[in-house]
Design a protein around this ligand. Structure first.
Ligand SMILES: [Zn+2]
Ligand SMILES: [Zn+2]
Length: 160
């Protein structure tokens, strides 16, 4: 999810029906373990975002899952960076692990794949901001690949 996306219409309803399976309950944590979470409803159909912001933030493409019912432990170590006027990104300030993106004030989370304890049943079902992907790497598989504008259009947002 790029912070260049405009407005709260980008709200990420955990949408069943990506074809990857039912919503599941998951647990996860940062590298050092100071911050951990439980997520009651995780969409197993993940998207990989190649936008410049996600790549700088995570160190690579951001592979992440929409989630609701998220609760954190160790919140004394959970810092939130306002990455745009309406988006924010959570990370552990002890070890630096990037954990989630969310719209400011939203209880919907986009949780980073790398933080899940048991991620094997979570599958990439699409890539977004393919037009910002560097030529350095490619993800295999037959799935949807949307440019940033195409992704925004899929959310009903007209790019500026
Ligand atoms: Zn992104
Ligand atoms: Zn940590």
């Amino acid at each position: 999810m790029s912070d260049e996306t405009k407005g709260p219409a980008a709200s990420s309803e955990p949408a069943a029906g990506h074809g990857a399976g039912e919503l599941t309950a998951e647990t996860g944590r940062c590298l050092c373990g100071a911050v951990s979470f439980t997520a009651a409803q995780v969409d197993p159909g993940m998207h990989a975002c190649h936008c410049r912001i996600c790549r700088r933030w995570t160190g690579g493409p951001s592979i992440s899952a929409n989630a609701a019912g998220v609760a954190f432990a160790g919140s004394a170590y959970l810092s939130v960076y306002e990455s745009s006027a309406w988006g924010e990104r959570g990370f552990c300030r002890k070890c630096g692990s990037s954990l989630f993106f969310r719209l400011q004030g939203s209880d919907r989370y986009i949780l980073n794949h790398g933080s899940f304890d048991n991620p094997d049943h979570l599958k990439v079902v699409g890539e977004i901001y393919i037009d910002e992907k560097p030529s350095s790497y490619d993800l295999r598989g037959e799935h949807e690949r949307l440019t940033g504008d195409e992704f925004l259009a899929s959310l009903g947002i007209t790019p500026e």
